[in-house]
Design a binder for this molecule. Structure first.
Ligand SMILES: Nc1ncnc2c1ncn2[C@@H]1O[C@H](COP(=O)(O)OP(=O)(O)OP(=O)(O)O)[C@@H](O)[C@H]1O
Ligand SMILES: [Mg+2]
Length: 626
């Protein structure tokens, strides 16, 4: 969509006035007022253009060093004048000749930058320009009702003035003495914005400074305000420099700069992706988790740049939610600058970057887990629970996430993390499942009656203590074809090699039936247990039901309503159970049955249905015993 605005109207010796055709001025209006949601971006666009102009001259000066000899330091200057209500941006870049002014600023969607990039595509030291579309300049008209551009092409001796109200047309003339003075330099461009009332805030120093820093901190040309000789921007994009030229201190300082923190990152990852998608990433994992890591409104904070120009640090789709603690910068070569944040959300390129970044971070973490175990353990303690959300959120990365997952287990009596691969390598002959028990507290899991039998047989059980574990287990069935199996749910077959299981014994079956009759409102069944060795009873979920701890978690987090009654398992080998077999029906037996159930509930951290009844029975029994 190239609209040519250069239709000559009338001519005299020094000034030509040219008209926009009707459609083109409408187009200009759209560009100036509808393309961007935020007025601030006009400054970003003008700074980007100025930086491009400097880069282009730097490039031309390789062939022709004379072009920059008198004035070798590139700079951008922003000056305001509250009397004339103008804001002027000056650069000593390449400048524009008369023809270039007409061509580039008189033609919407004509980009001198893009044309150059097209020409020099192949050469190895070609500049990395920001401009692509030939529309950015017109963003000026969001805050200005007239724009005067004074420009002199490097190496030429005439300065030209282009001027337009952005509606009716533009004029071009040789610059007057005063206009030459605005330019300050022997080459380059000065853009004078005649600020309209709507844009009045851009005549305030602080607003100009903040906006310039916000978008253009890492543009690699220094930006000065008025006559100050201290640049207001960093003027360097650390991530664009080669890795071997960057010291650890510089990385750390950059990390502190973007996080406003004082700590050091645990992991620094800096790479350039080439090929189908091109981007540079400089990402950090902090040492400590932020206080609001689990706040559902917490979002990605990684900054998205497009060719060193800041775009957004609130683009939710840029990082997976389970990597929301990662900080840093992703700088894309392929994304258009003008694109709005809303349409960025759904840009397929963003999804590709997200996936590629996640893959890289997971593989770096896997590497740390091998090279620096203590650092990795520290990391896992801080962020493991968040990472595990990815197990259901991003099945495409599940395998890589599992690689770095660590759990406590009976293997080291819950003292040390183990990986799933280590668990699998320790599995007993004939064991086909990965056993786990989940609950809030590691200490209570370690002493849970349900794992007694496993410990006795040396079968490892994982202790899952993060709330998130109960969620991913709902959608992840297995790891390397070994099913995850809760030891508090359903029947357990402690290995097919097991021989000592006694034949079902008639006495215990009878006791189970009597208990079930009394407790039928609370339990779905009473069974002789295969998993108990020391405790008299425990509760487990029915085979068809949902794991008990999971049910509790779901009730809290997902307003889960349903509910299946648990199964009470009794330990035939326990003295208490054996004594009960000989106890006649009656109050004592009934009380004992209730006390047994309540005991199982207490150990498990389940609330008692009838705490008063429990206290009454308990007192009665204590009185009898004392
Ligand atoms: N300060 C400047 N110095 C030299 N040339 C400039 C300057 N500002 C703009 N130009 C020229 O005007 C053209 C149009 O600028 P404009 O910002 O509209 O588009 P762009 O930078 O090419 O692309 P984008 O729409 O992505 O910004 C540029 O490509 C460049 O050739
Ligand atoms: Mg531009």
């Amino acid at each position: 969509m190239e609209g040519n605005m250069a239709i000559p109207l009338k001519e005299d010796m020094s000034t030509e006035t040219l008209n926009f055709s009707a459609d083109v001025s409408r187009l200009l209006d759209i560009v100036a007022n509808a393309l961007y949601t935020n007025h601030d971006v006009f400054l970003r666009e003008l700074i980007s253009n100025a930086a491009d102009a400097c880069d282009r001259l730097r490039y031309e000066a390789i062939q022709n060093p004379a072009l920059t000899k008198n004035d070798p330091d590139f700079k951008i200057r922003i000056a305001k004048d509250t009397k004339t209500r103008t804001l002027t941006m000056t650069d000593n870049g390449i400048g524009m000749s008369r023809e270039e002014l007409i061509e580039n600023l008189g033609t919407i969607a004509k980009s001198g930058s893009a044309a150059l990039m097209e020409k020099v595509k192949e050469s190895k030291d070609s500049p990395k320009l920001i401009g692509q579309f030939g529309v950015g300049f017109y963003a000026s008209y969001m805050v200005a009702n007239k724009v005067t551009v004074v420009s002199r092409r490097a190496g030429q001796d005439k300065t030209w003035t282009w001027e337009s109200d952005g509606r009716t047309g533009f004029s071009i003339r040789e610059a007057s003495k005063e206009e030459n003075a605005i330019l300050r330099n022997e080459r380059g461009t000065a853009i004078v914005l005649h600020i309209k009332d709507e844009g009045a805030e851009f005549l305030i120093d602080e607003k100009i400074k903040q906006t310039a820093q916000h978008y253009s901190d890492h543009i690699d040309v220094p930006i000065y305000m008025d006559d100050s000789d201290k640049p207001l921007n960093q003027a360097s994009a650390l991530w664009t420099r080669p890795k071997n030229k960057i010291e650890k201190d510089q990385y750390n300082e950059f990390y502190r700069h973007i996080t406003h923190g004082f700590d050091e990152p645990l992991l620094t990852s800096h790479w350039r992706a080439e090929g189908k998608i091109e981007y540079t990433a400089l990402l950090f994992i902090p040492t400590l988790r932020p206080w609001d890591l689990y706040d559902p409104t917490r979002r990605n904070a990684v900054k998205l740049y497009v060719r060193r120009v800041f775009i957004s640090d609130k683009l939710e789709t840029l990082m997976y939610p389970w990597l929301r603690f990662v900080r840093g910068v992703i700088d894309s070569e392929d994304l258009p600058l003008n694109i709005s944040r809303e349409s960025l959300q759904y840009n397929p390129l963003i999804a590709k970057i997200r996936s590629s970044v996640a893959k890289r971070i997971l593989s770096d973490l896997d590497k740390i887990s091998k090279d620096d175990a203590p650092a990795f353990i520290a990391f896992w303690g801080q962020f493991g629970a968040a990472i595990k959300e990815g197990l259901y959120d991003a099945p495409e990365h599940r395998e890589d996430i599992f690689k770095i997952c660590r759990f406590f287990s009976t293997h080291d009596n819950g003292e040390k993390f183990t990986s799933l691969d280590d668990y699998v390598s320790r599995m007993k002959e004939g064991q086909n499942e990965i056993y786990y028990i989940s609950g809030e507290k590691l200490e209570s899991l370690k002493t849970a009656p349900q794992i007694e039998g496993f410990k006795a047989k040396g079968i490892e059980v994982l202790f899952l203590t993060d709330t998130i574990d109960d969620f991913w287990l709902q959608s992840v069935a297995d790891y390397k074809e070994k099913k995850f199996k809760s030891v508090t749910r359903g029947d357990i077959d402690l290995g097919s090699a097991e021989k000592e299981t006694a034949k079902p014994d008639a006495n215990i079956e009878k006791l189970a039936a009597r208990l079930k009759e009394i407790l039928k409102n609370d339990v779905s069944d009473v069974k002789a247990s295969k998993r108990l060795t020391d405790s008299p009873v425990c509760l487990v979920a029915a085979d068809t039901g949902i794991d008990m701890h999971m049910e509790r978690v779901l009730k809290i987090h997902q307003k889960y309503q349903g509910g299946t009654k648990p199964v009470l398992e009794i330990n035939a080998g326990h003295a208490l159970i054996q004594k009960m077999q000989n106890l006649e029906d009656g109050n004592t037996f009934t009380d004992a049955a209730h006390l047994l159930l309540d005991q199982a509930r207490i150990i498990q951290g389940e609330p008692l249905n009838d705490a008063a009844g429990f206290a009454r029975r308990m007192s009665a029994w204590l009185t009898k015993a004392l």
